[in-house]
Design a protein around this ligand. Structure first.
Ligand code: FAD
Length: 390
């Protein structure tokens, strides 16, 4: 990108995933003249790979509408979602998915999102990672391999392994909670192969193979259809592990795939963390705020696209307040987040995760899960209809 070696911006956003793009577009929506004073730094170049289940929930769709963003990408809606709660009794639940729920390729979705920000006049520097940060008088200097940039406000939208978060925690000498969960996932072409899920366009979410073996999390397998090509997206997510005797995620996942007729080779799996929301975390510091995975997303499903889109709304309000008032402490950012709709939904999901993944009371997780799924919510679960089959 051309320009003077040390440009000054009001806001530098590190990362152009859903949280970075929603922060930029929310800012421009609320204050159109700010667009020339925002820069997004992105280390990759869109369309870039991102390990993801590809589920765009109806809640994510609602956030896109609120942001005034229309995304047109290849996508399909599974005809059925089968929740497996109890293996031996074959307890299954059919789900009616909420309006707008779809499965998409993440690289296409994020590429389309990034173009929306660019169409609104926001500068996006791709292939330019933020390498280091240092406080200066009245701002922060951000070093990239090409230049040093000066900003009044820095937004960490750089995912679960956020460098902005590390800088914030180092500076504040804060010790954070262990709110990182592990995942193993794979996206592969089915080459027209035959398997039950593929033929029925059915997504499977299995809690029984995980919870019964001390893994607080679930397994998933879902078809994603792009033009005429069918991909299988599958994986396992673990928010809590019972300890060293717990089987490896790879073993549990292999067994699940075999059982469902999806033979996959181990080398196709990618491991990537998700940071989940916990109110004891720090989300801001002097001139810095965190959004999306850098701050923490849904602690129950690991659903992050919707919440990352919602983070932009909270962040934009806090940033404009700082620029208007000259108070860059962001001391009220956590309370803004907790009072906001996304904070409240994440707190509700945290309670569900505590009940089902981390219960100390030897709670019957099957009945807790059953009532959670039957209650339905604005979640990946959509709306659950009918009763389990015994
Ligand atoms: C296996 C898996 C499955 C998932 N499935 C789903 C799902 O089906 N549905 C759902 O809603 N959520 C899902 N999630 C969660 C979801 O992917 C994340 O919550 C979401 O991507 C968070 O968005 P974000 O913008 O905060 O971060 P990201 O999407 O991770 O974007 C961060 C961006 O920052 C860039 N970046 C990183 N470091 C730097 C740097 N130093 N300088 C410049 N740029 C940088 C990265 O290249 C990236 O583009 C899944 C997550 C995983 C791991």
């Amino acid at each position: 990108m051309a320009g003077p070696r040390r440009r000054k911006y009001d806001v530098v956003i590190v990362g152009s995933g859903p949280s970075g793009i929603s922060t930029a577009t929310s800012l421009v929506r609320l204050e159109p003249s700010i667009r020339e004073r925002i820069l997004i730094l992105e280390k990759a170049t869109h369309p870039r790979k991102k390990p993801c289940g590809g589920a765009i929930s109806s809640y994510a769709q609602q956030w896109l509408e609120r942001l005034g963003i229309e995304i047109s990408v290849n996508s399909n809606e599974p005809s059925r979602v089968r929740y497996v709660i109890e293996q031996s009794e074959y307890m299954e639940y059919d789900v009616v998915l909420g309006a707008g729920f779809r499965m998409a390729l993440r690289e296409e979705f994020d590429d389309a999102l990034a173009k929306q920000a660019q169409n609104r006049g926001v500068l996006l520097a791709q292939g330019e990672p933020a390498r280091s940060f240092s406080y200066k008088q009245e701002g922060i200097a951000v070093k990239t391999p090409r230049r040093e940039i000066f900003t009044r406000i820095l937004v960490g939208a750089d995912g679960s392994k956020s460098t902005v978060r590390s800088f914030l925690y180092r500076k504040g000498r804060i010790k954070g909670p262990q709110n990182i969960c592990s995942t193993l996932s794979s996206m592969c072409s089915l080459h027209g192969g035959h398997s039950a899920g593929y033929e029925k366009n059915e997504a499977i979410i299995d809690f029984s193979s995980t919870l019964q073996r001390g893994i607080g999390g679930y397994l998933w397998a879902s078809p994603i259809v792009v033009n005429t090509q069918c991909f299988l997206n599958t994986g396992i997510v673990c928010f809590q592990s019972a300890g060293p005797s717990t089987p490896s995620l790879m073993d549990v996942l292999s067994e699940f795939l075999q059982k469902n007729g999806f033979p996959l080779h181990q080398k196709e799996f990618i491991s990537h963390p998700i940071r989940w929301f916990h109110p004891s975390c720090e989300f801001s510091g002097e001139r810095i705020i965190l959004v999306g995975d850098a701050a923490g997303v849904d602690p129950f499903w690991g659903e992050g696209i919707s919440f990352s889109l919602g983070y932009g709304d909270v962040a934009a309000g806090a940033i404009l307040h700082a620029l208007d008032s000259g108070d860059f402490s962001f001391k009220d950012y956590k309370s803004r987040l907790l009072a906001h709709e996304i904070g409240q939904v994440m707190m509700e999901r945290l309670r569900q995760a505590d009940d089902i993944y981390r219960s100390k009371k030897n709670l019957d997780f099957k009945s807790a899960l059953r009532s959670l799924l039957l209650r339905g919510s604005e979640s990946l679960a959509g709306e659950v209809r009918g009763h389990g089959r015994g």
